[in-house]
Design a protein around this ligand. Structure first.
Ligand SMILES: NC(=O)c1ccc[n+]([C@@H]2O[C@H](COP(=O)([O-])OP(=O)(O)OC[C@H]3O[C@@H](n4cnc5c(N)ncnc54)[C@H](OP(=O)(O)O)[C@@H]3O)[C@@H](O)[C@H]2O)c1
Length: 311
């Protein structure tokens, strides 16, 4: 339902990080829900508390949707201060402002809050124990939001990809066209998540909360609080980076029969050392999302086929 001027559900939706994979999709997908305001970094710099405060006070959104983040996982190891400023401190400021004006917050977090030592998919109540600066800074952001008193939802996702933006799929397809062989890690287990599916899930959740509020802005924080908390929201199914790459290259090869693609070689994490340690088990159990919010994330194989048709 669209919030028209003068309707009880007033106030726009503020989306951060619109130049990113998830933010870009959110701006498109949330448009039917009413006015969406998506300031660029020049207007809203998450490294500046003053900038966050002045934008939120000027916009007075009913929702703040925050996919913006410091996402350079390896670089974060040498830039912890900046990673924490954007992934944790900014979330605290944004949430404090949200609470003051009665806005609800939707925030995105990551599978990297877990150490990956578990042998089954993680549920929301499992103990978080990040192994990287990025993961630790995202966990600190979750906690800052939870402690702020703002009504909120946190969606932890994994391996985000789509037809646009910087992501594993686009990198693999580019390299597979350029090289004869490609070495891909085969001992990290997780699920690729389509940025559009995440955005559609978010729109569904916003609608659901607004319905629960009886379409009243004043009742929205309470409605969100009653459904809120942490949810796991990753693509259905599971795979490894190697299997994901193999499936993508195979499907693309079928679409371009005359084209030569690289042969994929399976390697271990130990053979591909990176500054940040990544969890071996990144699998997220998303049953809470399905049971409480009525959304089943798309199977990664199905979304991969759809994404490839968008090139
Ligand atoms: N990508 C993944 O595989 C993955 C996996 C798990 C969880 N997540 C989480 O999902 C969310 C969305 O990720 P994504 O893949 O869409 O990220 P992304 O494509 O890297 O986009 C990040 C966005 O954050 C913005 N940003 C960074 N620093 C900023 C600052 N100081 N002020 C304002 N904006 C700033 C960027 O703006 P600029 O264009 O100006 O840099 C960009 O729009 C993030 O919270 C991430 O932690 C992602």
């Amino acid at each position: 339902m669209q919030a028209e001027a003068g309707s009880p559900l007033r106030g726009p939706i503020l989306v951060t990080g619109a130049t990113g994979q998830v933010g870009g999709q959110l701006v498109e997908t949330l448009a039917p829900l009413g006015e969406v305001i998506a300031p660029g970094r020049a207007q809203l710099d998450l490294a500046s508390a003053e900038s966050i405060r002045s934008v939120i006070r000027a916009v007075r959104p009913r929702w703040i949707v925050n996919p913006a983040a410091y996402t350079a996982v390896d670089k974060a190891e040498s830039e912890p201060k900046l990673a924490y400023a954007i992934n944790a401190e900014a979330v605290g400021v944004l949430s404090e402002e949200a609470r003051k004006i009665g806005a609800a917050v939707i925030h995105f977090s990551t599978d990297y809050v877990f150490d990956g030592k578990g042998s089954s998919p993680y549920v929301e109540t499992d103990v978080a124990a990040p192994t990287s600066v990025y993961g630790a800074s995202k966990l600190a952001g979750e906690r800052a939001l939870a402690e702020s008193g703002a009504s909120h939802m946190i969606f932890r996702t994994s391996w985000v990809y789509g037809a646009k933006g910087k992501n594993f799929l686009l990198t693999i397809l580019k390299l597979a066209r350029e090289k004869e062989t490609l070495r891909v890690v085969a001992d990290q287990h997780g699920a690729p998540t389509w940025s559009r599916d995440l955005a559609e899930m978010t729109a569904h959740v916003i609608r659901r909360c607004e319905d629960a509020s009886g379409q009243h802005r004043e009742k929205l924080p309470e409605a969100v609080a009653s459904l809120g908390g942490i949810y796991h929201a990753a693509g259905s199914g599971e795979t490894t980076w190697y299997e994901f790459a193999r499936e993508a290259v195979l499907l693309q090869q079928r679409r371009e029969p005359g084209k030569q693609f690289a042969e994929l070689l399976l390697i271990s994490t130990a053979e591909y050392p990176t500054p940040a340690r990544r969890p071996a088990n990144s699998r997220l159990d998303c049953s809470k999302l399905q049971e409480r919010l009525g959304w089943r994330m798309m199977d990664w194989r199905e979304s991969l086929q759809k994404v490839l048709t968008e090139f």
